[in-house]
Design a protein around this ligand. Structure first.
Ligand SMILES: C[S@@+](CC[C@H](N)C(=O)[O-])C[C@H]1O[C@@H](n2cnc3c(N)ncnc32)[C@H](O)[C@@H]1O
Length: 255
């Protein structure tokens, strides 16, 4: 099947590993299920996967151009309805067996996964599921070349500590968008530390976890005040952000 897409959604489609993990997670749904929501359906590719297993698929997309593509791409599927709407303003009426929501980004800071799921999951059946099921975040000390918040797309940095898991979310639980934590990270070499690197692992299902991919959660690099360190120093850092409100909400300080 040939998909009509916007340039951004074309890049998402080209990331085969991203598509194949979502395909595997959806392909676990054998049999005739009732209703699935695809929130932020983009080109409609995940709705296309879902249409095989669900009697009804409702796909919401905020971007008008992407919505037009999805509507055309899915026009031959009688069980799929594409709606041009912000999920946060959509009046859900029916409870679903499954919600698929790929509004992921590193630590969920810059995209609306958490606010959208907090709104939509009231319309999930009692034993309903969410794909992805959750995320796991790790953090490590680094020396950065660039002193502004950026994603690792060929950026230069040197690692100064082992990654440690600092947060884990299961999307079925209520999640407060405001996040803050006091971290203690142990250096594993001497030199200068001036940043943190956050890496997000996406838990598609119980048995399927994927690390950063070209179009899924590249590691996020965050500057810190420069600090000279020796091996095995313990560095205390407060890290705060609001999930869904953008990378401008990220605040760090030594304590
Ligand atoms: C990362 S893309 C995923 C697209 C598609 N599901 C895929 O996997 O290829 C996220 C999509 O969510 C849409 N989106 C973001 N916020 C939204 C909102 N509040 N309501 C509806 N769609 C939203 C974006 O326009 C974008 O198309």
């Amino acid at each position: 099947m040939k998909f009509k897409t916007t340039p951004y959604h074309f890049d998402l489609l080209k990331d085969n590993d991203r598509l194949s993990v979502f395909f595997q997670a959806i392909d676990d749904y054998e049999g005739n299920m009732d209703l699935a929501y695809d929130l932020g359906c983009g080109s409609g590719v995940l709705s296309y996967f879902l249409s095989k297993y669900f009697n009804e698929v409702i796909s919401l997309e905020i971007d008008e151009k992407a919505y037009e593509c999805a509507r055309e791409n899915l026009s031959s599927f009688d069980n799929t309805e594409v709606i041009n709407s912000d999920v946060l303003e959509y009046d859900f009426t029916k409870k679903a067996d499954l919600i698929v929501c790929e509004m992921l980004d590193t630590a969920l800071i810059d995209e609306e996964e958490i606010p959208v799921l907090n709104h939509a999951k009231k319309f999930l059946k009692e034993n309903g599921k969410i794909i992805p099921q959750g995320i796991i975040n790790t953090v490590e000390l680094v020396n950065l070349e660039r002193h502004y918040i950026h994603w690792d797309e060929g950026a230069n940095y040197e690692e100064y500590s082992k990654p440690v898991v600092y947060s884990e979310f299961n999307f079925l639980n209520d999640i407060k968008p405001e996040f803050d934590i006091d971290l203690t990270l142990k250096t594993d070499k001497s030199g200068t530390v001036n940043g943190l690197m956050i890496t997000t692992y996406t838990k598609l299902t119980d048995n399927l976890i994927v690390g950063p991919l070209p179009m899924l959660n590249p590691p996020l690099l965050i500057p810190l005040e420069e600090k000279s360190v020796k091996v095995n120093d313990l560095i205390n850092i407060k890290l705060k952000y609001i999930m869904g409100n953008g990378i401008e909400t990220i605040k760090t300080e030594y304590y």
